[in-house]
Ligand binder design. Structure first.
Ligand code: MG
Ligand code: MG
Length: 262
């Protein structure tokens, strides 16, 4: 098959390192989940994630990441609360009972990346918040289920969009999933909206980060004054789930969830 512009096919060794990077991130997520309680600050959560990643000889991917922003991202995690969608900067702000928090975290291990996100309720949350989080996680799983050698990126996009919009949620369009490997953001883009059978071909050796962001209201976003945080334009709650998946000889493998040990 002809190579596709900008899309890298990972070697066996690279895939192995991506699986390890993924487990480091999965572990950091587990530590974060334990620590998310009313009264904890997002800065405290950031410190927990950074320590966990560095302890395993990995590097936090987001710290110092600049892309097109005015200032480099200053932390290991993105912590986005309630109507914040992505890219929230950790700080003194303390979590309150009933908040929902989206945490995005990435690590680089021997040059290879893993990128993952989840949204969790702080203590007891409203039914509408619970349903939003469940739907966002389910939309990610439905996207992942479409990954196979020979499928198209649009198959993933369409599965996420159809499910989420069917429940009445707004699907964020301005931020999308992506290829991943030696760079955090590689080709191809993986939008959370689109048509089945369209877009780049999915092949063995590719690695993808799939990351639906669902809003209770509309899909439109706004950038906050800190230059990073993105929130819903209409102030409604937002949730975000992301996993990194590699397509190995044995099929798609999610790198950023805890491996089941015998
Ligand atoms: Mg991410
Ligand atoms: Mg990502």
């Amino acid at each position: 098959m002809a190579p596709q512009m900008g899309i890298t096919i990972k070697s066996r060794r690279e895939i192995k390192l991506m699986l390890e990077a993924g487990q480091i991130v999965a572990n950091a997520k587990a530590k974060l989940v334990e620590a998310i309680v009313p009264g904890v600050s997002t800065r405290d959560l950031d410190a927990i994630a950074e320590e966990e990643i560095r302890q395993r000889d990995a590097i936090p991917s987001f710290k110092g990441y600049q892309a097109g922003a005015i200032v480099p991202f200053p932390a290991t995690i993105c912590a986005s609360i309630n109507d914040e969608i992505v890219h929230g900067i950790p700080g003194k702000r303390k979590l309150k009972e009933g908040d929902i928090i989206s945490i995005d975290v990435g690590a680089i291990y021997h040059g290879l990346h893993a990128d993952s996100a989840f949204t969790l309720g702080v203590g007891k949350v409203s039914d509408e918040a619970r349903k939003l989080m469940d739907a966002t996680r389910e939309s990610l799983d439905r996207g992942i289920a479409k990954i196979k050698d020979g499928a198209r990126i649009g198959d993933i996009s369409s599965a996420v969009q159809t499910y989420a919009e069917g429940l009445g949620y707004g699907v964020v369009r301005q931020y999308v999933g992506h290829g991943i490997g030696f760079e955090m953001h590689e080709e191809p883009q993986v939008p959370n909206y689109g048509q089945p059978g369209r877009g780049p071909l999915i092949r063995k050796g590719m690695a993808l980060a799939i990351e639906p962001m669902l809003n209770i209201g509309g899909w439109e976003t706004k950038q906050l004054e800190d230059g990073w945080t993105v929130a819903t334009a209409d102030g409604t709650l937002s949730a975000h789930f992301e996993d990194t998946i590699v397509i190995t000889e044995d099929g798609p493998t999610v790198t950023t969830r805890m491996a089941l040990t015998a």
